[in-house]
Design a protein around this ligand. Structure first.
Ligand SMILES: Cc1cc2nc3c(=O)[nH]c(=O)nc-3n(C[C@H](O)[C@H](O)[C@H](O)COP(=O)(O)OP(=O)(O)OC[C@H]3O[C@@H](n4cnc5c(N)ncnc54)[C@H](O)[C@@H]3O)c2cc1C
Length: 403
């Protein structure tokens, strides 16, 4: 079998890519290992999705449904329960209920999302009882499988997922004794700190971490301690929390496994490196969504998916031409995406700062703009007009603190 554009993963990025590739005239194959489209959106039943894209606040499943409806109208039928096992030279090995198939592709859009950092990788000493869940697993248990993970919980990590789960557990009748964060500031969006913790009187313990886990069969207690600037526990600050559930929300890691040996990585986001049209270092492979960089908002993932889908289809038609200008992370830029600019599409930059700043001047090529209240947890999305990039042979992106 041969298709023009194959898309792996039917989350927000993959669905958007499929729609745009089809609108561009390509024959499209969208494959998804789950039994439905939507990806992580299916288990995010809270609202807060689509404010940029639809100017409306939707739940995750509602947001996904809008794209499913659009796919139905265009006649795009995702192949579900289909797992991509391997990617070769312009070919993909797909495992479905019918068997193993080799598919030749004109272009590929890799949109497989991110995975959660597991508890084991945190190297926390102590016992290994039941009752320890990653936030995504706890969310799936509650929102999809209708099971409560326990009665009394502590959340480790104050990223958006940890904050949202703290509120979710309380709404479902559990007690949440606190959220513990090793950084001196919350890891998630400010609106989530207010709406998920402050509104429910859930304490947030900053500059703190779990230093020991105790329990024979089931989790019985954890020890939390304050940490210094290098995240080393400070002796004498230990506090014991009697809980039966520890929810670990220690961040997302872009999934790279299938393309590990095929494409360059973005050292700042730890994801697939792409240009502003979603093209990777291998010309026929495009990529978008959380496997390129972990985005705060699904709207951004959708924009990126649309661009990758559109240009994957154009690539098949031989319409992607032009040199690439490298984009280089400079001072105070912790994450910069994309890493190349091809002047056939305007440049939209996604940036995370290294540390909080009251005021910072973003410099990208000849472009400069001052932003206020910059924090690492909130991604900056900035469209850079072409005139600021003309004549450059590289674009350095930095943020200078304005005092
Ligand atoms: C708990 C939580 C809360 C969030 N809250 C908000 C919010 O309030 N507002 C907001 O805007 N955003 C929020 N987000 C972020 C947003 O939901 C995500 O950024 C976005 O949905 C990610 O889309 P994606 O397509 O990149 O990845 P995913 O949704 O992860 O989709 C990737 C898909 O690829 C499939 N796949 C992976 N490997 C294979 C393979 N080998 N073969 C076939 N298929 C494969 C997976 O099954 C999956 O369906 C939240 C995210 C989480 C996790």
């Amino acid at each position: 079998m041969r298709v023009d554009v194959m898309i792996i993963g039917a989350g927000a990025a993959g669905m958007a890519a499929a729609i745009k590739a089809k609108e561009e005239g390509a024959e499209v194959l969208l494959v998804e290992r789950d039994d439905r489209t939507g990806g992580i959106l299916n288990q995010c039943i809270h609202n807060g999705f689509g404010l940029h894209y639809f100017k409306q606040e939707l739940t995750g499943p509602e947001y996904a449904e809008r794209f499913q409806e659009k796919m139905d109208k265009l006649g795009i039928k995702a192949v579900t329960n289909a797992y991509v096992k391997q990617i070769g030279n312009r070919e993909v090995i797909l495992v479905t209920e019918k068997g193993i198939e080799r598919i030749e592709v004109g272009a590929l859009v890799y949109a497989v999302g991110a995975r959660e950092r597991p508890f084991g990788s945190l190297m926390i000493p102590g016992d290994r009882p039941s009752g320890i869940f990653t936030a995504g697993v706890a969310q799936r248990l509650i929102n999809i499988e209708n099971h409560l993970p326990g009665k009394r919980a502590l959340i480790l990590g104050s990223g958006d997922i940890g904050l949202i789960m703290a509120r979710r557990l309380v709404l479902e009748g559990m007690e949440v004794v606190g959220v513990v964060e090793r950084l001196p500031y919350p890891g998630g969006l400010l609106r989530n700190v207010v709406q998920c913790l402050e509104d429910y009187d859930i304490p947030l313990y900053l500059s703190s971490t779990v230093v020991e886990v105790r329990g024979r069969e089931r989790l019985e207690e954890v020890v939390v301690a304050k940490v210094d600037e290098s995240f080393n526990p400070i002796p004498g600050t230990e506090k014991v929390f009697k809980i039966d559930t520890l929810v670990v929300s220690a961040g997302l890691i872009p999934q790279l496994k299938l393309v590990d040996s095929l494409v360059n990585k973005n050292p700042t986001s730890k994801g697939v490196a792409t240009s502003n049209i979603g093209q990777t270092s291998t010309d026929w492979i495009f990529s978008a969504g959380n496997c390129t960089a972990v985005f705060d908002l699904v709207d951004y993932v959708t924009y990126e998916g649309e661009t990758a889908g559109k240009y994957a289809a154009k690539f098949v038609k031989g319409e992607v031409k032009g040199g690439r200008i490298p984009i280089k992370p400079g001072k105070n830029a912790a994450v910069v995406h994309p890493l190349w600019y091809i002047p056939i599409e305007p440049l939209t930059l996604y940036i995370r700062v290294k540390r909080p700043m009251e005021k910072g001047r973003l410099v990208a090529g000849k472009f400069e703009r001052v932003f206020e209240d910059l924090v690492p947890s909130e991604m900056l999305r900035v469209r850079i007009p072409d005139r600021y990039l003309e004549g450059l042979d590289e674009i350095v992106v930095s943020i200078e603190e304005v005092i």
